[in-house]
Design a protein around this ligand. Structure first.
Ligand code: 9MR
Length: 381
């Protein structure tokens, strides 16, 4: 991949120069509220991105949003929709494809919200990442508390995967088939993951097989947090995936979520870690990045905090850019207005690349600059 390798030097150089290279704006938004419209396409992330790298975001809806005092962002926030269309070439449903959302009652599927996202993506020439089919969390009560035999559970999982993947066959490019299956110490989640607990670890391979049957063209991923660097959890994937590949199980990719905090150092071995999976012949992706920081209620982040945040986003993107088959870089929401972070972490927030009013933070410009340098053939999206 000549494009990627020729930009390596420029990207690395810019990393060293980061604090000066990243425009640091005042903590309070300095631009007037309001946004560039979709017609200002040349000033967006997707416009400057390399043609072989999707730049994505989660699409806000479901999950924590249902507890917040605003209507469904994707449906009701026109400014949000315009930015979503203008900035990104890939979209991921934040919650709208999780079991509790899409399969709220046994045998009853709720597809309207995801259908709308897929239609939006097609209208705006975006690819879609499917998230997720096999997880320990956000499962409906009927499933977690049901009294099913092993055969029934297996049939329920197969039906779910084939129904959901089949519905969007040809429209969802990548699937996070199995999400967060390992504990931090590299052992399988044998207690909280209903599928592994009840059906044993071999069910993981079946999930991939069923997804592949339902859409042979989609690429199928493992996805997890806490696997940015080389550690027990990422080692566990490095051991599991070749074992599955040797059995002919259709695993195509390894995805790193990337929920980072400025409380901790940047995982400097991210690129080396991605490279280990690339070397297995896998696609890799960053699928959920955000970078939270400590911000007391009623205060704004300092310029130094914003610069640190920008450097984390930039370094993560650079790591992906420099790995040949890291083809997708997704941020977990693009505006603080809808971020999950302050809802889940008291005293932390401001984790995305845009302020509440959609004006851009230093982190946004860090991504834009990095994409621009990585992208001699830009201008086609
Ligand atoms: O952003 C999601 C939030 O709206 C939900 O309330 C939350 C529930 O667990 O899940 C969030 O998304 C998670 C993703 O699906 C998997 N990786 C971790 C993400 C952040 O928790």
């Amino acid at each position: 991949m000549q494009v990627r390798s020729s930009l390596a030097a420029a990207v690395l150089a810019s990393a060293v120069l980061l604090p000066a290279a990243v425009p640091v704006h005042a903590a309070q938004p300095t631009r007037a509220p309001g946004i560039e419209k979709a017609s200002d396409r040349k000033d967006t992330l997707r416009w400057v991105a390399p043609q072989d790298l999707e730049i994505g975001t989660a699409v806000a809806g479901g999950g924590h949003h249902e507890t917040q005092p605003y209507p469904d962002p994707f449906t009701y926030d026109q400014e949000y929709r315009e930015r979503l269309a203008a900035e990104f070439s890939s979209v991921s449903p934040e919650n709208q494809l999780k079991w509790e959302f899409v399969h709220p009652e046994q045998g009853t599927y709720r597809f309207a919200e995801m259908d709308a996202i897929v239609d939006f993506a097609q209208e705006n020439k975006q690819v879609v990442r499917g998230h997720t089919l096999f997880w320990h969390s956000q499962n409906p009560a009927w499933l977690e508390e049901g009294d099913f035999t092993k055969d029934e559970l297996r049939a329920i999982l197969k039906d779910h995967i084939q129904t959901v993947v089949g519905r969007y066959a040809g429209k969802i490019q990548q699937w996070d088939v199995a999400n967060e299956i390992f504990n931090e110490d590299g052992t399988l989640r044998t207690t909280d993951n209903i599928w592994i607990r009840e059906l044993g670890p071999d069910i993981i391979a079946d999930a991939f097989r069923w997804a592949h049957e339902a859409d042979p063209k989609a690429t199928l991923f493992f996805n997890d947090y806490g696997v940015e660097g080389v550690n027990a959890k990422s080692n566990a994937y490095l051991e599991l995936i070749p074992r599955l590949q040797a059995q002919g199980v259709p695993v195509d990719g390894f995805a790193i979520q990337g929920h980072l905090s400025t409380r901790y150092g940047f995982p400097g071995d991210l690129q080396a870690n991605l490279q280990r999976f690339d070397a297995l012949g896998l696609e890799t992706a960053i699928t959920e990045i955000d970078v939270r920081m400590d911000v007391a209620v009623g205060t704004s982040p300092t310029d130094a905090q914003l610069a640190t945040q920008a450097s984390y986003y930039q370094r993560a993107l650079e790591a992906c850019v420099l790995v040949e088959d890291c083809n997708s870089f997704t941020i977990w929401g693009f505006t603080d207005k809808y971020s999950w972070v302050p809802v889940f972490f008291t005293g932390e927030g401001e984790a995305t690349v845009m302020w509440d009013d959609f004006t851009r933070k230093p982190a946004y410009y860090a991504l834009q600059d990095t994409l621009e340098q990585a992208s001699p053939g830009r201008g086609h999206r």
